[in-house]
Ligand binder design. Structure first.
Ligand code: ISE
Length: 358
């Protein structure tokens, strides 16, 4: 084994499930100026198997460890990708903040506003932006083009956003709250990203539902959102859509309409018919977005800076999720309740297109 390059970022991936192993593969094979130094999972066999997948010629193999405590003791990481289930995030984030290690935290930041706020407060107390939340759609080429169009004002004011978010089949454990916390959370972030405003009201409506949804899950669900200045957005979230994976957005401006996300990977025309490929899942659909999210995080971390969605964005999304769940329960529009934004997360630290290298 050769010595790793001196300035390479040593990244520990915590959580060796689907997203964790995908990030290990990305860091090991497609990310510059970084390497996987450790894989952490309570299931040590799983951690070892995923660590073995990261071995590339000439690079030291990552260590497999069973806990964050042992990772901190071993001192083998400069930064962490946190990809455990959301309910485990608060404890992990608080201990990582304590040691000053930068973290790319898979969404959600935490599952509820109170715990998300505790994380925000701990980060503010640390005095440095150490957490980036994995809202990878902000790195999607279509998202970036639309955001640029909004910021340029070339089509006038943005008036409405229409989103469709369809998954082929939901995992068996998916319940009626998860469709908000796990899926719609992306639309909450998307609307905040595109509008540059907070969401003030969430209204979730259930209409006719699919017989293919697991018992207890009402699918699809329809969301109507309003932002601070009155922008309206709606979203269809359909997690058992069968047809494949689709994330589409249509933006209505004063003098035009922009649609993104509808381009397929391939369109074949033959024998008087055209057929377009549809993505199979989010890992394939957003592969390039994840790659660019991780590369930009690595580069910003090496420069001791911060980029991308912050813990504040994670907190804001958690408050929208809570409003969404309540809206369903009480069958009414619910006002989103948030604390005032600490000046620490000032406009200069938000994710604007002008900050993102092309
Ligand atoms: C999943 O966790 C994701 O983050 C995907 O982007 C989303 O499409 C899916 O519905 C979620 O379950």
């Amino acid at each position: 084994m050769s010595t790793p390059q001196k300035d390479e970022l040593r990244v520990a991936v915590v959580g060796a499930g689907r997203m964790g192993s995908d990030h290990v593969d990305r860091l090991a094979h497609r990310t510059h100026r970084a390497r996987v130094s450790a894989v952490v999972d309570v299931d040590l066999d799983r951690a070892s198997a995923v660590a073995a997948s990261a071995v590339t010629s000439g690079i030291e193999s990552p260590v497999a460890l069973p806990s964050i405590a042992e990772l901190l003791e071993a001192g083998t990481a400069d930064a962490v990708v946190l990809a455990t289930p959301g309910f485990l995030h608060e404890e992990a984030l608080l201990s990582l903040l304590d040691t000053g290690l930068p973290v790319l935290c898979e969404k959600p930041l935490t599952p509820d506003p109170a715990s998300a706020l505790r994380v925000v407060e701990a980060e503010v107390a640390s005095g440095r932006r150490l957490i980036q939340v994995g809202f990878m759609r902000r790195f999607d080429a279509g998202y970036r083009r639309l955001k640029e169009t909004i910021e340029s004002g070339e089509l006038g004011e943005l008036l409405m956003l229409h989103h469709q978010h369809r998954n082929p089949v939901a995992p068996p454990e998916f319940d009626d709250a998860m469709i908000i916390h796990d899926s719609a959370v992306h639309e909450f972030d998307a609307v905040r990203f595109f509008s540059g405003e907070e969401i003030t009201e969430v209204d979730v409506r259930i209409g006719r539902t699919s017989r293919r949804a697991t018992p207890g899950l009402r699918d699809p669900q329809h969301l109507r959102l309003r932002t601070t200045s009155g922008l309206l957005a709606d979203a269809e979230i359909f997690v058992n859509a069968q047809l494949g994976y689709q994330v589409h957005t249509q933006a209505t401006f004063e003098s035009g309409v922009v649609r993104i996300g509808e381009e397929s990977t391939m369109l074949t025309t033959t024998e008087h018919r055209s057929s377009a490929e549809v993505h199979t899942g989010f890992v394939e659909r957003f592969r390039d977005s994840y790659d660019s999210e991780v590369q930009q995080w690595v580069d910003a971390t090496r420069a001791e800076g911060a980029t991308g969605p912050s813990a504040w964005d994670g907190y804001a999304a958690a408050t929208c999720c809570a409003a969404g769940v309540l809206s369903k329960r009480e069958e009414r529009a619910v006002a989103v309740e948030m604390v005032d934004q600490p000046s620490f997360y000032s406009r200069s630290q938000e994710h604007r297109m002008s900050d993102v290298p092309h």
